[in-house]
Design a binder for this molecule. Sequence first.
Ligand code: ATP
Ligand code: MG
Length: 779
Amino acid sequence: MEKYLSQLNEAQLEPTIQIDGPMIVIAGAGSGKTRVLTYRIAYMMSKGIDAFNILSLTFTNKAAREMKERIATIVGASEAKNLWMGTFHSVFAKILRIEADRLGYPSNFTIYDTQDSDRLIASIIKEMGLDKDIYKYKQVRSRISSYKNSLITVRAYFQNPELKEADAMARRPRMGDIYKEYVERCFKAGAMDFDDLLLKTNELLTRFPEVLAKYQNRFKYILVDEYQDTNHSQYLIVRALSDKFQNICVVGDDAQSIYAFRGANINNILNFQKDYDDVKVFRLEQNYRSTKNIVNAANSIIDKNQTKLDKIVWTANDEGPKIKVNRSLTDGDEGRYVASTIFETKMQNQLMHSDFAILYRTNAQSRSIEDALRKRDIPYRIYGGLSFYQRKEIKDVLSYLRLIINPADEEALKRVINFPPRGIGQTTVDKLIVSANGYNRTMFEVMKNIDKADVKINSGTKTKLQDFVTLVESYQVLNQTADVFELAEHVTRTSGLIKEFNKDGTPEGVTRMENIEELLNGMKDFVEGQKEIADTTGSLAEFLEDVALATDLDADKGDTNHVALMTIHLAKGLEFPYVYIVGLEEDLFPSAMSMNTRSELEEERRLFYVALTRAEKQAYLTYALSRYRWGKLVDSEPSRFIEEIDEQYLEILTPIEERRFNPMLDADIFGDVKQDVEPNKIRYKPAKQPVLKKGAAKKAPEKFQVTTPKKLKPVVNTNGNTNLFDSKLVVGNIVKHLRFGTGEVLKIEGTGADIKAEINFQHGGVKKLLLRFAKLEVV
Ligand code: ATP
Ligand code: MG
C-alpha cells in the first residue's frame, strides 16, 4: 500500500480508495474530511487517472492551493499542476472565458467585484430618480444576488407576479426595473458579477448540450468540499456535470452549514442520497484536531439543534484544559483580557503569535480587540476586511488595467476618467452615460466618437475626452509587447497616479505609495512564474482574473506570525491551537437579527459549533456586561450558548479586576486600566471624575450610577466565584443586580451550577437569571 495512505485511519481509508460512483462523507468537525479529499485525489492519480479529468471544488482558493501543494508532495508538482482546483467562482470563470462568445460575452469580460456592483446599482438608483433611503443599494444588491442564485432571470422575474408583489410590499416596487437595468448595463460593459459566474455557467450548461457534454467528459471525477454550504446555483452545476459518469464525491457536515443567509441550502447535503443512485455513505467519527474537552463541549452544543443528522464525534486526544469563560465589564475590558492572556500564554508556552485566533460574530467587534492588542504590541491581522485589491489606490491602478483589456468596462472607466483630475467633471460623465444608454453604445465608444456624438459638451472638454481615449489606446498597444509588471509600471507613471499619491505627503499618502509598490512587486512575482503550482502563462487578463476573485485569505504571504482576527464565517475549515470566541452575548451572538425563527437560531448555533471546533488545545469564551454598539453603551447578557455547554467542560473565571474592586461600591467603574502593568497587577486608576469613552453621554448611564449604600458586601469572593454560586438564596429575598437594580426572588430552580432564579426587578420586570453568571447581592 502507498505510504501516504498509512496516514489515514481505517474509516478514512475506505472513502479515499473508493473511486467510482456517487459517494458522500458526512462527518463532524476535525474528523479529516478535507484530508480524505486530498489523499483521494493523490490516490486516484497514482491509479492512473489523468489529472485533467479531476475537478475539485473548495470553499476558498487558499484551501485549494494548500490541497494542491499537499498532493504535489505525493504525486509530484508537474502532475498536480494539471488539476482543476479552486472555488466554484474561480473554476467556472475559467470555463466561461473559454465559452463566453456563446453567451454574447467577450472572452476578456471583466469580473465586477462587490464594490463595482454597489457603485453601479447606486448610480442606477440615482439615474432613475429613486429615493436612496428606500432603495438602499446594498439591500438592492443582495436582493438581486438572491434572484440570481435562485436562477431567477430578469425575464423570470417579470413573469412571476408574486416576486413583484413581494418587492412592492417591501416598498420597492421598482426593484424589477433596477434588476433589468443592472443586468443590461453589466452585459453592455462586458462584465459579470460574482453571481453571474454561477448563473451564466448554468445557462451555458443548459442551453448548449454540446458544451455540457464536453465538460462532462472532461471532468469524469468531481469532488466537493464543504458541500453543506453550496447554494442552489452551485448545486445545479455539480448535478449537471456529474450526471453522465456519476463519479461524484462530496464531503460535508450538516452541523457546519452557516451560509443560509447567502442562499446556501442545507438540504443539498441532506438530500444527496436521493439525488443519485446507489450512493455510498461514509462516516468518520474520530476527531484529530481538538482536545476531549473541546470535542465534548461542541457535541453538547450541537445536541440542542433539532434539525440535524445524528453523528458521533470522539477523540483520542488529551482531555486538555477546560474551556475558559470570562466575563468583562465592558468591551474594552474584554479586549484587554484577550490581549493579556495571549501575552501570558505565549510567553509561558513559547508559542508563536500565529497559534492564536480571535473569532467574532461581526466585523465591528474587532475594534476594541485591536486597541488592546496594539497597546501590548501584539502583531495581528484582520482577515475579511477589504481585500488588498479593493483598496482605493490599488483599484485605481487596476481600473486602468481593466480598461486596457476591456474598454467597455463602465465601472473602471468612471473610476479613472477623472482620476488623477484632468478636468472632466461629473456633468460630462452624466452626459456620456445618457448618450451611451440612448444609443446602446458603451461610454468609451461615445468618447471615441465624441465629434459625431449628439452630446452637448464644449470643445475644450471634448479634447480632454479624446486625450483620455488616446492614453488608454496607447496602453493597449503597449500591452501587446510588455508584461503585466512593465505595463503597470508605465501606467502608474504616465497616468499621473504616482504623482497624485506622492504629492499628498500625509501618512495615508505614504501608505498608498507603499501599497502600489507592493502591487508592482506582486506583478513581478506573477510574471516570473513564481507560482509554481499555478497553471498560468502570466498574461494581464489572467492577472486581473486572479485578483478579481482574490480574498484577503489568499494574500497571506510574507510575515505570517500574527494573531488572526476574523469572523466565524471566514474561519470555516481552519484550525488554530488557541481560539478566543469573543462577544458571546445575547443579541450579538446569537445575533438579534437571527432569533426570529427556530431555523435562524439553529444556524446561529451551528455557527457557534464551527467557532468552537476551530480550537485545537484551548478555547476561551468571553463576554462583556456592556458594550459600545453604534456609538452607544448598551447592556448585554451572556449568550445562551454559554449556558448550553455542559458545565463540566467549562471553567468559569471572574475577571481579575472584579476581584479587586466592586463596581457597585466604587465609581471607578469608568476608570481606565493602566496598560503598563502586568495583568495580575491590573488596577483601576483612581479616577475622581468618571472617564467616559468618546461618544458616550456626558452623564454616566443610569444603571451605573452609584446609588448603592457603601455597606454592601463585595459581590464576589476572592476565589472568583460569585457568592451565590452555591448560595442559600430563598424565595422572598430582596436582591440587588448590577444592572437591573433591586428585585424580589420569585422562584428558584435547578441545582449546582444550573441554579436559576426568577426575580421581579423594579426596573426591567421579571427575569430568569443563571446564578453562576448573574452578580446578585442579598440586600
Ligand atoms: P472541518 O469540518 O473543520 O473542515 P475536517 O473534517 O475537514 O474538518 P481536517 O481538516 O481534514 O478535518 O482534519 C483535521 C485535523 O486533523 C487536521 O490537522 C488533519 O491534518 C488532522 N488529521 C486528520 N486525519 C488524521 C489522521 N488520520 N492522523 C493524524 N492527523 C489527522
Ligand atoms: Mg475541512
